[in-house]
Design a protein around this ligand. Sequence first.
Ligand code: AMP
Length: 430
Amino acid sequence: ANLIYLPLNTAYRQAEIEYFLRDAEPRFVLCDPGALAAVRTLASAHGIEHVFTLDAHGRGTLPDASASLAPEFATVAARADDVAVILYTSGTTGKPKGAMLTHGNLVSNAQALHQAWGWCADDVLLHALPLFHIHGLFVACHCALLGASTMLFLAKFDADTVVRLLPRATVFMGVPTYYTRLLANPTFGRETCGHMRLFTSGSAPLLAQTFEEFEARTGHRILERYGMTETGMNTSNPLDGPRVPETVGPPLAGVSIRIISSDGRDLPAGEVGQLLVKGPNVFKGYWRQPDKTAEAFTADGWFRTGDLARRAANGYVAIVGRDKDLIITGGLNVYPKEIETYIDDLDGVAESAVIGLPHPDFGEAVTAVVVRAPGRADITEESLLQTLKQKIAGYKIPKRVFFAAELPRNAMGKVQKNVLRERYRTRTRS
Ligand code: AMP
């Protein structure tokens, strides 16, 4: 019908839904029957007449109203350049922006992934990702649909359910948190994965430790890939060939990348810079935000991903972090990911996040937030800094280490560094 589809996180509350209704101005809203009263009130305040319901079992006023309609309708031929979907970016900072993805974007990315990951009709995808984000919505569903493969669809990730269903599946896609939760489940092991062909990971960095533990436990090397709402998938470790932990592999077919310095020079292999992307997968622009769209592209049409990355001589890309998370301390660049990797490798550490906080002298102070491994209360700020000092240069050593029971994450398992910056802003010392 060539309508534009706009899925939303089911956890959103009234104020958030109101923002999307106002910004996107939909003609038609579909919601869970339980949310009808609240959604109808919001919708009518914004002049939206059509509000329908659909529950998890396929019941609601939408199927009721369509029961009397003729099953045929005139198919509208969509052009590759027509917008198919608006996906609001996860918005860990600022107001969410609506990324307009075209039919051409979706088709090209689905075909590239389908081929790269060797999908066939016999595949069975165990789908546990949310359906409002590009990962679960397009990466997962489109691969299964293009291959006429089977999908076991779960409403949400639950380690016990996944362990129970994996023996019937061949492909599983996860965010890194799913893999750490599976590893924490004592019943998960080699037998569970006997029928599996492929495990993929993305949306947030997969720690080398998780990759290695997973391989030791199951014999499978998780295939890590990299993408974002605005571009779909850009790079992927290979199906056949080395899957290298803490890399996201070379660009997918049809996708080109550049790594540039802050003054726009192309950087040689091994150097960290801003990652730019071009290809049929790159979105059309931000919904009704021409200024933001213009800022996001270079004059010659490369999309600025906002990620910092390095490319090895063999073409494999490693994501170093978000550009805005780069810490500049006393005029020197510190890449949080590098420091996190050192901290995560220390005995007694479960995971960490490194952020920059305002500092009167250094501009920004490197600050670490650390989650101790269970039962490791003996790890202190002093002991941790002492060990780090033997490993890395002084300017990279955190000025402070805070301990937390867990790191704040969004629905896709991404660590919310803005939340951490806010929480610890006033607590640094010089
Ligand atoms: P989103 O638009 O919500 O999908 O977020 C996209 C962002 O997630 C990217 O720009 C990266 O910063 C991050 N991301 C996605 N995949 C990976 C990965 N495999 N490793 C590291 N970061 C990733």
